[in-house]
Design a protein around this ligand. Structure first.
Ligand code: B1M
Length: 220
C-alpha cells in the first residue's frame, strides 16, 4: 500500500478526522479511483489499524469512535458512486440485513448493504442491535429471500444463532436463506449454527447471495 493517496486515507482514519476523510474520498472519485479500492486499500486499512491499537490498549474508545466517524464520512461520499456503478442491474432478490442483538457495529454491515444493493438486490436494512423477532417479522413482511446477520463481537455472535433458530421456529427456512458475517465469524461457526452461508467480506457476500439465489443453496 504505497500509493500516497491510499496512505493519506489510512492516516486520516487513524487520526479520526472526518473532514479530511470526506475530502480524500472526493479526491479519489475525481481521479477515477474505484470506490471499493479506496475503501479496501485506503480507509479500511486505517480502521483495522485503529482496531488493533484499541485491542492492544494503545488507543482509547473516544479515539476509536473518532476513527469510526471518519470512516463513515468517507463511505458517505463513496456510497452514491458504488450504487451508481450497479444501478442498471435487475433485481436479484430481497435481503433483510441487520446487526445482531446487542451489537452496534454497522460499518461492515453497511458496506455489505451497499455492495448488494449496487448489484441489484433489494435491501431492507434493520440497522443495529436487531432482535430475532424483528428479523423474523421483516422477513415475513417483505417475503425475503435472504436474511443476513452481521456480528462483530464474540459475545453477540450468539445472536446470529438466535436469529436462525427463530427463522426455523417460524417455518421460514429452508425457503429463506440465512447468511452470517463479521470480523470474528468463521466458516466453522456458520456451519455450527446451521447458517446457509458465510462470507469474509462484502464482495464475497455478493457472490454468496447470488449463489443462493441461483442454486437455492450455498456452501458455508
Ligand atoms: Co468495536 N470492537 N467495540 N467499535 N470495533 C471490535 C469489533 C474489536 C475487535 C476491537 C478490538 O478490541 N481489537 C472488539 C471486539 C472483541 C471481540 O469481541 N472479539 C471491539 C469491542 C471490544 C468494542 C466495545 C465492547 C468497546 C467498549 O465499549 N469497551 C464496543 C461494543 C459496542 C457494542 O456493539 N455493543 C465497541 C464499540 C465500537 C465503536 C462504536 C467505537 C466502533 C463502531 C462504530 C460503528 O460501527 N458504527 C467500533 C469499531 C470501529 C471497531 C473496529 C475497530 C472496526 C470495525 C469495522 O468497522 N471494521 C473493530 C476491530 C476489528 O474488527 N478488527 C472493533 C471495518 C469493516 C469494513 O469491517 O466490520 O469486519 P467489518 O465488516 C466486513 C466483514 O466482516 C464482512 O464484510 C464487511 C465488509 O468487507 N461482514 C459481513 C460484516 N458483516 C457481514 C455480514 C454478512 C457478510 C459479511 O452477511 C450478513
Amino acid at each position: 500500500m504505497s500509493d500516497p493517496l491510499f496512505q493519506a486515507m489510512r492516516q486520516c482514519i487513524i487520526d479520526g478526522t472526518p473532514d479530511t476523510a470526506t475530502q480524500l474520498a472526493k479526491e479519489a472519485l475525481a481521479k477515477g479511483v474505484d470506490p471499493l479500492d479506496a475503501i479496501n486499500q485506503g480507509f479500511a486499512a486505517g480502521i483495522m489499524f485503529a482496531g488493533d491499537e484499541f485491542g492492544r490498549g494503545q488507543m482509547f474508545l473516544p479515539d476509536l469512535l473518532a476513527s469510526a466517524e471518519a470512516m463513515k464520512a468517507a463511505i458517505k461520499v463513496l456510497d452514491p458512486e458504488m450504487l451508481k456503478r450497479g444501478s442498471k442491474r435487475e433485481t436479484l432478490g430481497k435481503v433483510v440485513l441487520g446487526t445482531a442483538r446487542g451489537d452496534i457495529h454497522d460499518i461492515g454491515k453497511n458496506l455489505v448493504a451497499t455492495i448488494l444493493s449496487a448489484s441489484g438486490f433489494q435491501i431492507f436494512d434493520l440497522g443495529t442491535s436487531v432482535t430475532p423477532e424483528q428479523f423474523v417479522a421483516k422477513a415475513k413482511e417483505v417475503d425475503a429471500d435472504i436474511v443476513g446477520i452481521s456480528a462483530l463481537l464474540t459475545t453477540t455472535m450468539a445472536g446470529q444463532k438466535a436469529v436462525i433458530e427463530a427463522l426455523d421456529r417460524n417455518g421460514l427456512r429452508p425457503r429463506v436463506k440465512a447468511i452470517v458475517g463479521g470480523a470474528a465469524v468463521t466458516s466453522k461457526w456458520a456451519t455450527e449454527i446451521g447458517a446457509d452461508g458465510f462470507s469474509r467480506n462484502a464482495i464475497d457476500a455478493l457472490e454468496l447471495a447470488k449463489n443462493l439465489m441461483s442454486k437455492g443453496t450455498a456452501s458455508v
